[in-house]
Design a protein around this ligand. Structure first.
Ligand code: OXD
Ligand code: MN
Length: 591
């Protein structure tokens, strides 16, 4: 007899039904204690699901490998299952709820035979905050339990908060046979339900993250009058101790985590700036009684990309992951530490690669291509509170007041280093036309522009046309909206801007604009800085670079807006008229 630690009737009935379908041999309720954590770690080590890392060098750290075909979010197997297809919109895959439940039922049926079903009550946002949401994830993976423990707040405290009748998102996950042909990531916004089967990769299975906090939350946010955004949140403390908070949306792999944890560059250090990290991936925002936009980070951990992370690109992330971290798909060294391409440590003489094969530097596959030690999407999962720059506002239920929203993308020619939108409505247009170019690291045609409005393309749980309308809502004291581009190239293909910590120089301009402290140049696309208003102390950058970085080439922009038009065309009649107005106004300004 297991004791059921809740009197929530709906919850108990749902678990019973799901257990009947999945047939686990036992059900274990997760309480969130240290004792439970140690027990699960031991069990996962005994089955090989986790490898214990060198506890002298990496205390509390573990290693995990996913299946070879299960290393990233599978967008083509991710569906929004709203009753009406038009409510999923043209940018989502859609399946009718009836078909989706039936199809997935066939895969979930008996999938947990001989396995344990863990019940994880979790809270996105501090437990008990009026802005938090509760979910319950059922999973047959200890890896998921231990990751959810880092990424969210879990256990008895959450269950108590849920009480007998509290609302919760029903999250069901089974690894099943990790077969890509039987993998589905299904969202049922109208049922507040997520079903994920056939995967063990974080983005597909840590259901509090992308699935709940973005896809389901964006739907709830529209219904309830708030916003769920794919944005970092950071505070910039000036020398007087005043902190200004900004949020920023970039497409995946454009450096959100790095910006959120920025270290002021040498030249600006004398000014005494300090950066505070509130979140690196997700922001839940609402208009408060003061007419301003306030944001909380619903997560409690960081699920970051390891390759390329080092003490130059992100010293704070490196400090964060020295303990209590789960590493996934990196290279395992002989002394049970971890290594990845673009990290700090010299290449080890040998190791076991992310696929579990013996690895040596320089080894090639049968086609002569170098074999990587770590998968390019290898990850670390670490408690956010271990980050040296973490803000104490992470635990504050009210969150932080946002002064600026920053959009960005990788544009090698088009977008200037920074510009400010004319107003909120124009800013929504700037976000809606966000895009990134493919780089050599991605499959596909190089230079091809991919639209990713507000970096939400894979994460909006409903029709994106409706989403633009929702964001268009007016508020009394809206944040100012900006666009940045750290990736502009010169004629030789070299980056014009050094990026990383130096980006603070651009943030400084953004904050000065928010406080109406400086003028700007009015251009066809928005306000750009006067070159002398970007503080270049200690940065040795040729003057002509700044000119090139801020240049707006009308012909390129005229080409660009043709693409805006083609993109917007796909939204049909759901495209808000305000977006069309902004398109026409931009076209006019460019002519
Ligand atoms: C992420 C992503 O993992 O956006 O955060 O892909
Ligand atoms: Mn993300």
């Amino acid at each position: 007899m297991i004791t059921v630690p809740t009197q929530h009737k709906e919850l108990k009935e749902w678990i019973k039904k799901m257990a009947e379908m999945c047939s686990p041999s036992r059900i274990v309720w997760i309480n969130g204690t240290e004792e439970e954590k140690t027990r699960l770690e031991k069990e996962a080590i005994s089955t090989g699901e986790l490898i214990e890392l060198n506890q002298q060098k990496l205390p509390g750290c573990f290693y995990h490998r996913t299946a070879e075909n299960d290393v990233a979010r599978t967008e083509h197997l991710t569906y929004i299952c709203s009753k009406k297809q038009e409510n999923a919109g043209p940018t989502n895959n859609w399946m009718s709820p009836a078909v989706a439940y039936k199809k997935a039922h066939g895969i979930f049926k008996g999938s947990m035979k001989g396995r344990t079903m863990y019940v994880i009550p979790f809270s996105m946002g501090p437990v008990g905050s009026p802005f938090s949401k509760i979910g319950v994830e059922l999973t047959d993976s200890i890896y998921v339990v231990l990751n959810m423990r880092i990424m969210t707040r879990i256990g008895t405290e959450v269950l108590e908060k849920l009480g007998k009748i509290g609302k919760f998102t029903k999250c069901l996950h089974s690894k099943a046979d990790l077969d890509i042909n039987k993998r589905l990531i299904l969202h049922f916004p109208e049922d507040n339900t997520i079903w994920s089967v056939g995967s063990g990769y974080g983005g597909n299975v840590l259901l509090g993250k992308k699935c709940l906090s973005l896809r389901i939350a964006s739907y709830l946010a529209k219904k309830e009058g708030w916003m769920a955004e794919h944005m970092l949140i950071m505070g910039i403390e000036d020398p007087n101790g005043h902190i200004e908070y900004i949020s920023a949306a970039f497409p995946s792999a454009c450096g959100k985590t790095n910006l959120a944890m920025l270290i002021p560059p040498e030249g600006l250090k004398v000014k005494g700036y300090r950066i505070w990290t509130v979140g690196d991936d997700i922001a839940w925002m609402r208009i408060d009684t003061d007419g301003s936009l306030w944001a909380v980070n619903p997560e409690a951990g960081l699920f970051g990309v390891a390759p390329g992370t080092n003490t130059k690109t992100n010293p704070n992330a490196m400090a964060t992951i020295q303990k209590n971290t789960i590493f996934t798909n990196v290279l395992l060294t002989p002394d049970k530490t971890v290594w990845w391409e673009g990290g700090d440590d010299p290449i080890p003489e040998e190791g076991i690669d992310w696929k579990g094969n013996p690895w040596k530097p320089g080894i090639k596959d049968k086609d002569g291509k170098p074999i990587l030690g770590a998968h390019p999407n290898a990850r670390f999962t670490a408690p956010a509170k271990q980050c040296p720059s973490i803000s104490n506002r992470l635990e504050h239920h009210h969150g932080v007041k946002i002064s600026a929203i920053v959009f960005g993308g990788k544009r090698t020619r088009l977008a200037p280093l920074v510009y400010q939108s004319f107003n909120w409505q124009h800013g929504v247009y700037v976000g809606a036309t966000m895009a990134s170019e493919r780089t050599a690291a991605q499959v596909g045609k190089q230079g091809e522009v991919r639209r990713d409005p507000m970096a939400m393309l894979p994460f909006c749980g409903y029709h994106m046309g409706e989403y633009f309308k929702h964001l268009g809502k007016k508020m009394k004291n809206p944040p100012k909206i900006f666009h940045v581009n750290w990736f502009r190239l010169d004629e030789q293909g070299k980056f014009l801007w050094p990026g990383f910590g130096e980006n603070l120089r651009v943030l400084e301009w953004i904050i000065a604009r928010c406080n109406n402290k400086i003028d700007a140049v009015e251009t066809a696309i928005g306000y750009t800085p006067k070159p002398e208003d970007i503080d270049m102390t200690g940065l040795d950058l040729p003057a002509e670079n700044m000119k090139k970085l801020l240049e707006i080439k009308r012909d390129d922009w005229k080409e660009e807006i043709k693409d805006h038009w083609d993109f917007f065309y796909t939204f049909g009649t759901k495209l808000p008229k305000e977006i069309l107005e902004e398109y026409e106004a931009l076209k006019q300004r460019l002519s």
